[in-house]
Design a protein around this ligand. Structure first.
Ligand code: AMP
Ligand code: ZN
Length: 136
């Protein structure tokens, strides 16, 4: 995709701070990190969202994400790490080339400090469960 910034990084047309590369996957430092070491792992081929990625390439991404996560955590000495993957504008996706964020975390860094979960209204959980199971 000529107008995709991550495709242009994969093609070497835009520089990146490369961390990892194999046949299917590229990993590099996020240019605007939540914390130092915040990295991105993505398939080299262009897919917009998670559900479009063929299993072989997704497996390669997850394997690479595991390896990069371990290296990031060890090297920056973070207390924790979030694996985050946004799909669609509503979910905060700005670059429409699927990617995994590896975000090293420390207490008090101010990111994702609360999780505003709320219980289902009566009966809704069972209805949602049945709909999802039927769609699998
Ligand atoms: P998302 O909101 O999940 O689409 O996240 C896109 C991420 O890509 C953001 O965290 C940006 O800081 C990062 N980003 C954008 N352009 C570049 C670039 N040229 N090199 C590295 N990271 C980038
Ligand atoms: Zn792309």
């Amino acid at each position: 995709m000529a107008d995709c910034i991550f495709c242009r990084i994969v093609a070497g047309q835009i520089p990146c701070a490369k961390l990892y590369e194999d046949e299917y996957v590229l990993g590099f430092l996020d240019i605007n990190p939540i914390n130092p070491g915040h990295s991105l792992v993505l398939p080299k081929r262009h897919y917009a969202v998670l559900t479009e990625v063929p299993d072989r390439e997704l497996e390669a991404c997850i394997g690479a994400a595991k390896r990069v996560a371990r290296a990031v955590s060890r090297s920056v000495g973070s207390a924790g790490l979030n694996l985050l993957q946004n799909n669609g504008r509503a979910a905060g996706q700005l670059i429409e080339h699927v990617h995994f964020h590896l975000i090293p975390r420390d207490p008090g860094d101010g990111f994702l400090t609360s999780w505003p979960g709320k219980p289902y209204p009566s009966g809704q959980m069972e209805a949602v469960l049945e709909k999802i199971k039927a769609a699998l």
